[in-house]
Design a protein around this ligand. Sequence first.
Ligand code: 5AD
Length: 353
Amino acid sequence: MIEKKLHGHINKSDILKWLKEQDTHELERLYDVSELVRAGNVGNSVHLRGLVEISNHCIYQCKYCGIRSANRKISRYRMNEDEILKTVSKIEDAGLGTVVFQSGEDPGLKTDFIARIVSWIKTNTDLAVALSLGERTQDDIAAWRSAGADRYLLKFETSDTDLYHDIHLSSPGSGWDRFEMLKYMKDLGYEIGSGIMIGIPGQVYDSIADDLILFREFDLDMIAVGPYIPHPDTPLGNRKRSRGIPVDEQVPNTEQMTKKVLALSRIMCAQANIPSTSALSAVSGSFRGVGLSCGANVVMPNFTPLEYRLKYDIYPGKSSHIEAVYDDLKKILKEIRLFGREVGRGPGGRIRE
Ligand code: 5AD
C-alpha cells in the first residue's frame, strides 16, 4: 500500500516517482497522506509567526534575488530599534507567539544591535525569536543565541553544488558553507530551519530528491519551500536559456510542483514546522493558506511597516497588494477557519517525542 510506504521508509526512487507524478488523483492521495502525517504529529494548530523584514540592504549578488546589491532600482532601508520594537509590540498585541526577523546580507545590522533587541524581547515578552539574517560569523550567531534567540533560518536553496555556484556569485562571506553553519547553530541549541527554491533554471528532479533526503538527515526543525519566481531586475530573471539540461528534466516552478515537495517534506520530516510560504501564495493567486492542504502547519503574517514592505522586493508579486498592516493577518485567520483548523497558541516550537 502506497500509504504505508509513504509513512515509512520512503527512498530516493519513491521520491523521484512522486516528484514526476502528473495524475491529479494520485497527487490528491499524496496530499491526503501528508495531511494525515501532519495531523498525527503536529496536530491541527496553525502557528503564526510575525514577520518583520528589518533591512533590505544586501552585499550579496544572488542572481535570482531582487534585493541583490547590484539592483539600483530599489531604495534601501534599515529599521531602527524603535521601529522594530514597536512592530514587535504589534505582533505581541495580535496574540502571536513568535517574531521572525528577516533581512538581506547586511553587515550594517551590527552584532550588538541585534543582540540588544533579542535580549529586550526575551526579557519583556513571552515571544520566541527566530532570526533569518543570512550568513553571519560564528561569533554573531553565538552572541545572538546567548542573547536568547531561539531559532535560525538559513535556506541552502539547492544541494546541487554546480547549480548553487551558478546562481550565487562567490559570496564575500566567511568561507564556511551553509551546511556547516546549520550544524553549528544546532550545536548551539538553536532550532534550525532551512529550505529550497523549486524550479530554479537548471534544477533537475534528482537534485530535489537529494534536497529532501538532506532535510531528513539534518532533522530540520523548520522547512521552507517556495517556487522560484523570476525577477526582471536580476540576471537569472533575464536569462533566456538554462544550463543545457534536457527539457523534461527541468523542474517546473509551479504551484503543483511546490505542493508535491511540501507534502514529501511533511511525510519525511513528520515533526517539523513547515510554513505555507508567501512565494507559494504568490503563484496561487495570493491564497495565503495554500500549503495547509499538503502538510504545512505554519503561516507567517507580514508585519513589516507598509513604507518598507514594498521595498523588500525579492520577487515580483510578493507585496503587490497594498494592505493595512493587519490585513495579511485577517486574511490568514479567515483561511485557517475555512480549512477547519485552529490557531496555535504560544511559541509553537519543534515538538520532539
Ligand atoms: N523567487 C523565489 N524566492 C526567492 N528568494 C529570493 N529571490 C527569490 C525569487 N526570485 C528567496 C530565497 C532566499 C530568500 C531571501 O528569498 O529562498 O533565500
